[in-house]
Design a protein around this ligand. Structure first.
Ligand code: ARG
Ligand code: ZN
Length: 837
């Protein structure tokens, strides 16, 4: 039996809409009773269809009269003839099994605590309901349980021993429903909105974790302030709560007034969390909070529109972090992430548009394309219309669509109305998959420098032919002394466009500044141009990218690294530059990025060759910088207590980047060991541990680390992760047998299996196929338990057609093996099908 394909083109309005929902939960681990009373009103009309999965229907009635609907595996239906035309009250009782719910969708148990995950389609595992985002209703929820803390969306309207009642005054789709019950402790605070309303804030964690919530709370308050100041959006309830959960499929969830988070994005202390973890918390807290307006108040009409809320909210959280921290460094990090994950996705069998047009399982479309490319599309839109018009359009968006379930068309219409522009060509960014390639040719004729842009959007699955898209190219022209004499914005909106810059000498062109569009830029620069830009570009992003391109050239061709080393050396010693920026310039493209560039150049990817080249290039840099490394590192010493904010993280990043190069020199590992021994924060400790492990010298440090952090699961995840990235298959197998490899916990599974498959290319791509087999074994095992996590992890195979033929054959065998498993979830079977197509 094949699962049906859902198509955007088939969208129809709901037959019945919902006014109000009353739910009563009688919690019990394996037999929770859910009583639902739902007020329906007419929509398009027709039969009543209610989605429902893994539910035991105990009773059902319409306007109090018992009914016997036709019940199937996906839901139930009642014929239109049996329904009062003007609306009716549906009541039913279902029994569900939170303890046996290993998919972590719907209501499940995590370490004795009940929690929910309803996006995208988890609510149908709680009760029968039109589980689609265009059905919005007002919820009242009663929870009955002996557990001390009973939470749901909105405001608490009553409680007593063994029960609590919640009411959410804002209409919401079912995917934003949440319920939490457990023996939890809270950290509380408050926030006064700019109109003077006091909002109570609470973060709920397990006892003992209260002292690791301060950063999350502070991030929340800064997010609330930022959304008021930058977008004019105030919070709209008297209470905002966050709950940290150890078992969670995703990062976090924006349930109205009751966000549920993977504990990884809440809990942090200097001893247990790295600078990167702190930054992750800040951005995920912001992301979920920002959803309150972009996602909750204005939601999606259907799941094809997912990027309407996710692309916009990622864009908003990126801007927030840029404001909190260094904007250029944030931009570099985001582009690095985009290239590593989204460009990779776009180049292979899983490529899909920002707004997909069909899916089998929507969970498979919570992707880098929908999220990160979706954010890039909005960044381009703002670039094209300008910051002021962007603000006007956003205000119109909130004004026009508050309380509605919307589409990408609604979103673009707002920009058209606010600016008078025709955005029909721009819409191609939502419709066409694939990363455009933009080739640039330059010609100087003595008075004019002419640039000719040629764009090509590659064919992707289901989309053989593409149309030209509007590509905003921010540019600057530098003269021989590095002075910038002109700059502007060119929109490359046809197959071929030209840009003329009047000047008296051939300039060095800095193109696609700030990465103004998510494209592959191919600029045939003259010898020395890149080095010139690495030294002088006034756009920090492009300055960094010039260095990266120089390194990539050497990495691809095994060529000379002299220019790159010289340039990096000069940047490193430029005290005027932010240490965080210098750390980025110091870092060499990762093996995955080199593999992508190799494939893009039309060559076969051999992970062993890439590994060796990268090692050689880093060695060259270490050799070139030689005795300058240690003093540079000493210069990054930080006085005073640990802080995850300000300049300290950048200094640590630079110091640890330098330590990585020092480790390549004789005696360097002793310094790394000393750094590990001396480390008083997780950032330095993990950096040193990683370096030691990468050199096969981590045995003692790993043992010490494990002993020190026994029982702190987020840190033990790191311990697994670092070994997964640098260990041999034999090491990984030993870890798989480790008592603490509790693979049912998604974080732990990802720490070992995903870190191995995505972060250890040489072992994963071993020529005997052992890496592929290991992944396939675990995908099958996980699929039976938690399809969403298995399907997500299967994307490790997404670049399989770029590697050497012998490896392709081995992967094909594993994909076939998975495909022919006797039972396979809808999630994983869709993914494997797309991978093999
Ligand atoms: N909406 C959540 C967020 O971006 C993520 C939900 C993930 N759900 C899923 N089915 N993958 O903040
Ligand atoms: Zn989101």
């Amino acid at each position: 039996m094949t699962d049906p394909t859902i198509r955007l083109a088939d969208y129809t309005r709901p037959a019945w809409e919902v006014d109000t929902v009353h739910l009563t939960f009688r919690l019990s681990p394996d037999a929770t009773e859910v009583r639902a009373r739902i007020r329906f009103k007419p929509g398009r009309g027709g039969d009543l269809w209610l989605d429902g999965q893994a539910l035991d229907l105990l009773e059902a009635a319409i306007d109090g009269k018992p009914v016997a609907p036709a019940v199937g595996k996906q839901g139930l239906s009642v014929p239109a003839a049996d329904l009062p035309k003007d609306g009716f009250e549906w009541t039913c009782t279902t029994r569900i099994d939170p303890e046996g719910n290993t998919s972590l969708e719907g209501l499940y148990l995590s370490q004795g605590m009940y929690c929910t995950q309803c996006e995208a389609e988890g609510f149908r595992r709680i009760t029968y309901f039109p589980d689609r985002p265009d059905v919005m209703a007002i919820y009242t929820v009663r929870i009955e349980s002996d557990l001390p803390v009973l939470l749901s969306n909105g405001n608490r309207i009553g409680s007593g021993p063994g029960w609590a009642e919640w009411h959410d005054p804002w209409p919401k789709p079912a995917y934003l429903f949440a319920l939490v019950a457990g023996d939890l402790k809270s950290v509380t605070d408050s926030f006064t909105t700019r109109s003077g309303r006091k909002v109570d804030l609470a973060i709920w964690v397990r006892d003992g974790d209260q002292d690791r919530c301060a950063y999350a709370m502070d991030s929340l308050k800064r997010s609330m302030r930022w959304d008021e100041e930058v977008y004019g959006r105030e919070y709209d309830l008297d209470l905002f709560q966050i709950v940290a959960v150890d078992d969670f499929n995703a990062g976090a969830m924006e349930n109205k007034g009751l966000n549920i988070f993977n504990s990884k994005y809440v809990l942090a202390s200097p001893e247990t969390a790295t600078d990167g973890d702190f930054e992750g918390i800040e951005s995920v807290i912001a992301h979920e909070y920002f959803h309150n307006w972009t996602g909750n108040r204005i939601t999606c009409r259907d799941w094809f529109q997912l990027s309407l809320k996710e692309g916009l909210t990622v864009f908003r959280d990126q801007c927030f972090t840029a404001d909190m921290r260094s904007a250029p460094v944030k931009r570099i990090q985001d582009v690095q992430g985009l290239r590593a994950a989204q460009f990779r996705e776009d180049a292979g069998p899983l490529a899909h548009p920002v707004r997909p047009e069909e899916y089998v399982e929507i969970n498979n479309f919570y992707t880098a394309t929908v999220y990160e490319k979706g954010a890039e599309v909005i960044r381009m839109l703002r670039e094209i219309v300008g910051a002021e018009a962007y603000e006007t359009a956003l205000n119109l968006y909130f004004e026009r669509h508050d309380g509605q379930a919307c589409t990408i068309e609604d979103w673009l219409q707002v920009f058209e109305d606010a600016t008078g522009r025709d955005l029909s060509q721009f819409k191609l960014w939502y419709r066409q998959a694939g990363t455009p390639q933009l080739d640039v040719e330059e010609q100087f004729d003595g008075t004019v420098h002419r640039l000719t842009f040629r764009q090509n959007v590659p064919a992707t699955p289901g989309q053989p032919n593409k149309q030209p898209m509007p590509i905003p190219v921010r540019w600057g022209a530098l003269d021989a002394s590095g002075h910038e004499f002109a700059n502007g914005l060119h929109i490359a909106d046809a197959a071929v466009t030209t840009l003329d810059i009047p000047c008296s000498a051939r300039p060095v062109m800095s193109l696609l500044r700030g990465f103004s569009a998510p494209v592959h830029l191919k600029q045939a620069e003259q010898v020395g141009d890149r080095a010139h830009r690495l030294a002088h570009d006034t756009d920090p992003f492009n300055r960094w990218d010039a260095g990266r391109a120089l390194a990539m050239e050497a990495l691809l061709d095994g060529g000379d690294t002299q220019d790159w080393c010289d340039g990096v050396g000069r940047v490193l010693e430029d005290e005027a530059l932010d240490p965080a920026f210098r750390a980025m310039v110091l870092s060499v493209p990762g093996e995955g990025e080199i593999a992508q560039a190799t494939a893009l150049a039309g060559r076969v990817v051999d992970p062993d060759v890439i590994h060796a080249r990268r090692k050689q290039v880093r060695q060259n840099l270490a050799h070139h910088l030689s005795d300058r490394l240690a003093p540079l590192r000493d210069a990054q010493q930080i006085d005073g207590p640990y802080s995850p904010d300000g300049s300290a993280p950048g200094k640590r990043a630079l110091a640890n980047g330098l330590l990585g190069l020092i480790a390549l020199q004789s005696d360097g590992l002793n310094l790394a060991q000393a750094a590990f021994d001396r480390a008083d924060n997780m950032t330095d400790s993990l950096a040193a541990l990683t370096i030691l492990t990468a050199h096969g010298a981590g045995k003692n440090a790993l043992a010490h680390f494990h002993h020190r952090w026994s029982g702190v699961s987020l840190v033990i995840d790191k311990w697994f992760g670092v070994q997964a990235r640098f260990g041999s298959i034999a090491d990984i197998e030993a870890l798989l047998d480790h008592t603490e490899f509790t693979w049912r916990t998604p974080n732990r599974f990802r720490a070992l299996i995903a870190s191995f498959a995505f972060g250890n290319p040489t072992e994963f791509h071993r020529k005997d196929g052992a890496g592929y087999q290991l992944l396939a074994d675990w995908l099958l095992r996980m699929d039976a338990l938690n399809p969403m996590v298995a399907a997500r992890t299967s994307t490790a195979f997404d670049s399989w057609r770029t590697v050497t033929e012998d490896r392709q054959a081995l992967i094909a065998t594993q994909l076939e093996r998975i495909a022919s498993a006797p039972t396979l979830s809808k999630d994983t079977s869709e993914m494997i099908g797309r991978l093999r197509a």
